[in-house]
Design a protein around this ligand. Structure first.
Ligand SMILES: Cc1cc2nc3c(=O)[nH]c(=O)nc-3n(C[C@H](O)[C@H](O)[C@H](O)COP(=O)(O)O)c2cc1C
Length: 307
């Protein structure tokens, strides 16, 4: 009997394949194109404390081996999100799969969003994801990803205000990402979700101008896989809590490699844009891999490359 269950702190997911926030819509848009029951977890598009118009077009463009994007978290704000978006998402997801992703400008804004999520949907979702990789109006981009003290305060505050498991998603491209990872691990976060997306630029050789309205944006897709792998490799040695990898994963081989480096689960992001039905195929391939390797569970692979 194969067991794909994946424990991330207090949360247990049916398998280690996650849909990354921003790449799977609000789940209900993706539902007609794939079988959502095959996802271990699925993070809804991040909602921010205040409505945001997002960045000017173009917001995304293809580059060799992936894309660069600068979307800027457009959303109508929490009132609309909680009234219209989350209920529709929960119609197509089971409670053990649904993850609500929130972002604020300060600890208080994150906490208020967490409390509202718990009050409204506490028994219908698996976890809250704190998006710490987002723009921060007061302190510049990725403040809660690059300031260990702020990140630790954020986890302490979120944990003392809600009972739901807390995932911390951060940008690992700051030099001190290991210090920050250690701080949130010590603060008792349930799991750390990485996004290993270095900034890139694409210039249109006809217009001779940058393609993105915001000029630059994080690169994602296959090009970033080895960078993401190294972040997981290093974090695994530093932190005590489970890791969810994201950055370039698009096949069962990438998932196994991330697990060997130290990930307990793997997020599939921009690979959905070309192949919306990608996750059920990866899950089937993982099961075949387990059959070939005579494995009942994938747990023994986590961090195995370190041993
Ligand atoms: C168009 C786009 C929108 C995204 N929006 C969000 C978001 O709202 N919240 C978030 O935490 N990450 C967001 N991300 C980051 C992804 O969730 C993921 O971490 C990243 O794309 C790396 O994974 P990949 O290489 O598999 O795409 C976004 C990525 C893309 C490409």
């Amino acid at each position: 009997m194969k067991n794909l269950e994946t424990k991330l702190g207090r949360a247990v997911f049916r398998n280690p394949l996650f849909g990354c926030s921003g790449c799977v819509g609000h789940a209900y848009e993706l539902a007609p194109y794939t079988d959502l029951s095959q996802y271990g977890g699925l993070s809804l598009k991040t909602v921010t404390y205040l409505p945001r118009v997002g960045n000017p077009a173009d917001r995304i463009c293809e580059v060799t081996a992936g894309c660069i994007s600068s979307v800027g978290l457009p959303n109508k704000g929490p009132d609309d999100y909680f009234a219209n978006v989350v209920p529709k998402a929960l119609n197509v997801l089971d409670p053990d799969q649904a993850i609500v992703s929130v972002a604020g400008d300060c600890v208080e804004e994150y906490v208020e969003l967490c409390e509202r999520v718990q009050d409204l949907f506490g028994n219908r979702i698996a976890a809250i994801e704190l998006n710490a990789a987002c723009p921060n109006a007061s302190h510049g981009i990725g403040y809660f990803s690059r300031d260990a003290k702020a990140a630790s305060e954020l986890i302490h505050a979120a944990k003392s205000s809600v009972d739901l498991p807390i995932l911390y998603k951060f940008n690992t491209n700051f030099e001190n990402y290991l210090e920050v990872g250690k701080a949130v691990s010590d603060a008792g976060v349930d799991a750390i979700f990485t996004t290993s997306t270095p900034m890139g630029i694409k210039i249109d050789i006809k217009t001779k101008k940058p393609v993105l309205g915001n000029t630059i944006g994080p690169a994602c897709g296959p090009a970033v896989l080895p960078f993401g792998m190294l972040r997981i490799w290093n974090l695994y040695k530093e932190v005590e809590v489970p890791l969810i990898a994201s950055g370039g994963a698009a096949s069962w081989r990438d998932v196994i490699e991330y697990m060997l480096a130290g990930a307990s689960a793997v997020g599939i992001g921009s690979a959905h844009f070309a192949t919306p039905d990608i996750v059920p195929g990866i899950l089937a391939d993982l099961k075949e891999y387990m059959e070939r390797e005579k494995l009942d569970s994938l747990t023994g692979l986590i961090g195995a490359a370190h041993r």
